[in-house]
Ligand binder design. Structure first.
Ligand code: DON
Length: 306
């Protein structure tokens, strides 16, 4: 099927504007509560180097938990298989910031995308890099092949000031021996990484290695092909937390969401795409971005389930 992606994205942007999606912007991080709620953007980057855009596809927003994907890829490059002794690979069926499974499972997070797992990944980066948040940012620059992406210092400060729950998760894991560094340093790095600001087009381009067996356009190898496949599997099963099953049902693609309203999706072998709109549903995922990706996957026929 030959698809006119440029036209399809314009159609989807117009349809989403008509939908007038409900939901609220994330306000547990005060700096995010100030974001204009009704913005929408979408971008597609194909493995043959084309980028298609509609709406506010070039407007930077807070990538929040989408950063967990880049942090995980970087940690895997440094730590390899040993990482999986400290973090599981199962969906949690709980919200992203839940503590409930940690006591029963002795401080081993279910997966690297719930906050507990992402904090372990950040702990690994803190052991491996003197400035872990800079390491994640420089990794993003490497993926993009250019600099210019930055950390929004206001958002990072705002989240750090309101990070009691993540602090509780980190201390709890430390009590089980699964967080090795200083909790304050891990939270500093984690909040900074979540506060990276990127646009839909930048996110789609940066994640292309996940659609291309671990290689960025131009051939630079970021991950071995089996690790890229495994990250896609984790995105499908855990990337949208307790909405992962519903996302697989509706969209049929590996995705990673963030409370900034972005959702990144991978079409293995073909493309990476990102939709963004700040209003969130009860699971903390963007209502309009999910609707847009659902429409795109159906119209372009790109669900991994055929
Ligand atoms: O840890 C937090 O609460 C945020 N920095 C990230 C949460 C997030 O984006 C969850 N994803 N939908």
């Amino acid at each position: 099927m030959s698809v006119d992606y440029a036209a399809l994205l314009q159609t989807i942007a117009a349809e989403v504007a008509e939908l007038a999606p409900d939901g609220e912007v994330a306000d547990y991080i005060p700096a995010l509560a100030r974001v204009a709620p009704d913005q929408f953007g979408i971008a597609v980057a194909t493995v043959d180097g084309r980028v298609y855009r509609a709406g506010a596809a070039d407007t930077p927003f807070s990538i929040q938990s989408i950063s967990k994907l880049f942090a995980l890829a970087l940690a895997l490059r440094r730590e390899g298989e040993a990482l999986w002794r400290r973090v599981g690979r199962e969906p949690s069926g709980t919200p992203f910031n839940s503590l409930v499974l940690l006591e029963r499972e002795r401080g081993i997070p279910r997966n690297p995308f719930v906050n507990a797992g992402a904090l372990v990944v950040t702990d690994v980066l803190c052991q491996r890099f003197l400035q872990p948040e800079r390491a994640v940012l420089e990794f993003v620059h490497r993926l993009l092949g250019r600099t210019g992406v930055g950390i929004d210092a206001d958002v990072a400060r705002s989240e750090r000031r309101h990070s009691d729950r993540n602090a509780a998760i980190a201390h709890f894991m430390r009590s089980f021996g699964n967080l090795h560094g200083d909790v304050g340093a891990v939270l500093d790095a984690y909040c900074a990484q979540c506060a990276i600001a990127m646009s839909c087009a930048e996110l789609a381009e940066a994640a292309l290695f996940l659609a291309a067996d671990g290689c960025q356009p131009g051939g630079a190898r970021i991950l071995e092909a089996p690790d890229a496949r495994r990250l896609n599997a984790l995105m499908l099963t855990c990337g949208a937390y307790d909405a992962a099953g519903d996302f697989a049902f509706r969209i049929g693609l590996p995705t990673k969401t963030g409370v900034g309203g972005g959702i990144l999706a991978i079409v293995p072998g073909r493309m990476s795409l990102c939709a963004w709109s700040p209003r969130l549903d009860a699971t903390g995922n963007s209502t309009a971005a999910a609707a847009a990706l659902e429409r795109f996957a159906a119209a372009a026929g790109v669900s991994i389930f055929g």
